[in-house]
Write a protein that binds this ligand. Structure first.
Ligand SMILES: [Zn+2]
Length: 382
C-alpha cells in the first residue's frame, strides 16, 4: 500500500505546532529529575489515548524512563519496531529566556526543539494517523522515552539494549543532518579524566621544592591533541581543564576532561592503550587516568544499509529523495549497533543549532518527516 501522504499531516501542522510549544516549554535538562518527570507525565497523558501498555522505569537520581508498548495481534511485545526518543536536553532551566519559543521566517525556535522535542511530536502524530486510518501494522511497537541521552544514557542503557537487541527495526528519532539525510554511521565516543599530581610549594621562597602539576599536564595535552587524525576519523578534544590555586603557589594538581571520537573499535583500542600508558615528563609527578568507551561506534553495517535502502523506497513513494550521511556525534543508536539490528537514525526534523541558543526547527520539514516516519512504520517489510 502507499504510505499516508505528507498532505494529510500538513492539515495538522497547527496542532503539531501547539504540541511542540507545549513540550519545549517544559524545560528538561538531563540532570533535573523533577522537570524530566514532569515532561514524562505530559508524554503519558499525550500518548494514553493511543492505548499503549505503559511501564515506568523509576529512577532515584535520573529522570524516570518510560516504555510504551503496543503488542501485535498475537500479543507479542518483543521484536517488531522500537522507537528511541530521549526527553532530556542539554539546556539548563532558563535557557528558554535566551532562545524563546517563536516563529520567524519559517523557523521555530526554542531550547531542545530539534533535539528532540519535535521528534516526540512526530511520533505521536504518526501513530495517531496510523490508528485513525487503520494502517497500524501487525507488529509489536515499543516506544522508549528516555531521560539521560545527553549525559551518556546510564539509566536508560539497560532498557535500550533489552528492547533494541531483539528489534526487527530500530527508529532513532535524533534530528536529521542538514539536508535531511539519515545517519547511517556514527562515530563512537570515549571520555577520559586525566589528573596530574605534583607537589605544592611557595613559588618564591621554595620554587625548587615544588613539582608543577600544570607543567606536567601541558606535556600530556600536546601529546594527546596530536593523536587527532582526520583520515582515520579519530579526533581528540581536551575540552576542560582545571588546576592550581594562586599565581604564587606551585600547583599540586591539574585535571583535564578528554573527548575522543573513533570510527571503529580498532581505533578505540589503540587510543585507550596510548592513554593508559601515558608517561610523566616532570620528575616526581604522577598521572592518574579514569574513563574509557562511552558509546560504541555505529559503523554502517549490512543491516543498516539494507534498512536505508528500504526506507529510501518508502520515501520515494512519498515523493521524498532520501539521502544518507555520517556524523561524529553519538546517539542511543550506537548502544545497539553491535547487535547487528536494522537501524534508521536521524528521522527527526530539519533544523540547526542543536545544543546552542540558536536551536531551531524548519517548520516546512515537519509534515514530510512525519509522513516518512508513519510510512516506515506502516509499510516496513521484515
Ligand atoms: Zn538528541
Amino acid at each position: 500500500m502507499n504510505p499516508i501522504p505528507s498532505a494529510i499531516f500538513e492539515t495538522q501542522i497547527s496542532q503539531m505546532q501547539v504540541m511542540i510549544e507545549e513540550l519545549v516549554s517544559i524545560e528538561s535538562p538531563s540532570t533535573d529529575k523533577q522537570s524530566i518527570d514532569q515532561l514524562g507525565d505530559k508524554m503519558i497523558e499525550i500518548i494514553s489515548p493511543l492505548n499503549p501498555e505503559i511501564t515506568i522505569d523509576y529512577q532515584q537520581i535520573a529522570g524516570n524512563n518510560i516504555v510504551a508498548s503496543w503488542p501485535d495481534e498475537q500479543g507479542n511485545t518483543t521484536g517488531g519496531i522500537v522507537v528511541l526518543c530521549h526527553m532530556d536536553t542539554v539546556h539548563p532551566i532558563g535557557a528558554i529566556n535566551d532562545n524563546p519559543i517563536r516563529i520567524n521566517k519559517g523557523k521555530m525556535h526554542g531550547p531542545g526543539i530539534i533535539d528532540m522535542k519535535s521528534s516526540l511530536v512526530q511520533v505521536v502524530f504518526a501513530l495517531q494517523i496510523l490508528q485513525k486510518h487503520n494502517r497500524w501494522p501487525n507488529t509489536p511497537i515499543t516506544l522508549l522515552l528516555t531521560s539521560d541521552e545527553e549525559i551518556g544514557s546510564n539509566s536508560s542503557r539497560p532498557l535500550i539494549k533489552h528492547f533494541g537487541k531483539t528489534a526487527n527495526l530500530v527508529l532513532c528519532m535524533e534530528p536529521a543532518l542538514s539536508q535531511g539525510e539519515l545517519k547511517t554511521s556514527r562515530k563512537g565516543v570515549m571520555r577520559f579524566t586525566i589528573t596530574t599530581k605534583g607537589k605544592s610549594a611557595h613559588a618564591g621562597a621554595a620554587h625548587e621544592e615544588g613539582i608543577n602539576a600544570i607543567e606536567e599536564m601541558a606535556h600530556q595535552i600536546i601529546c594527546l591533541q596530536n593523536l587527532t587524525n582526520y583520515e582515520t576519523g579519530t579526533t581528540i578534544n581536551i575540552g576542560e581543564i582545571k588546576g592550581g590555586s594562586r599565581p604564587n603557589v606551585i600547583p599540586e594538581e591539574c585535571q583535564i576532561a578528554v573527548d575522543v571520537r573513533i570510527r571503529n573499535i580498532v581505533e578505540a583500542n589503540k587510543i585507550t592503550n596510548i592513554i593508559d600508558n601515558l608517561k610523566s615528563n616532570v620528575p616526581g609527578s604522577k598521572i592518574l587516568i579514569t574513563g574509557g568507551i562511552e558509546r560504541d561506534p555505529m559503523p554502517k553495517t549490512p543491516e543498516i544499509s539494507a534498512a536505508f535502502k528500504q526506507a529510501s523506497q518508502i520515501a520515494k513513494n512519498l515523493g521524498i529523495m532520501l539521502k544518507e550521511g555520517s556524523t561524529g556525534g553519538g546517539s542511543d543508536a550506537n548502544i545497539i549497533a553491535n547487535y547487528k539490528v536494522p537501524i534508521l537514525d536521524g528521522l527527526g526534523p530539519l533544523g540547526d543549532g542543536a545544543h546552542t541558543s540558536k536551536e531551531h526547527l524548519l517548520l516546512n520539514s515537519v509534515s514530510n518527516r512525519t509522513a516518512l516516519l508513519s510510512g516506515i512504520i506502516s509499510e516496513w517489510k521484515i
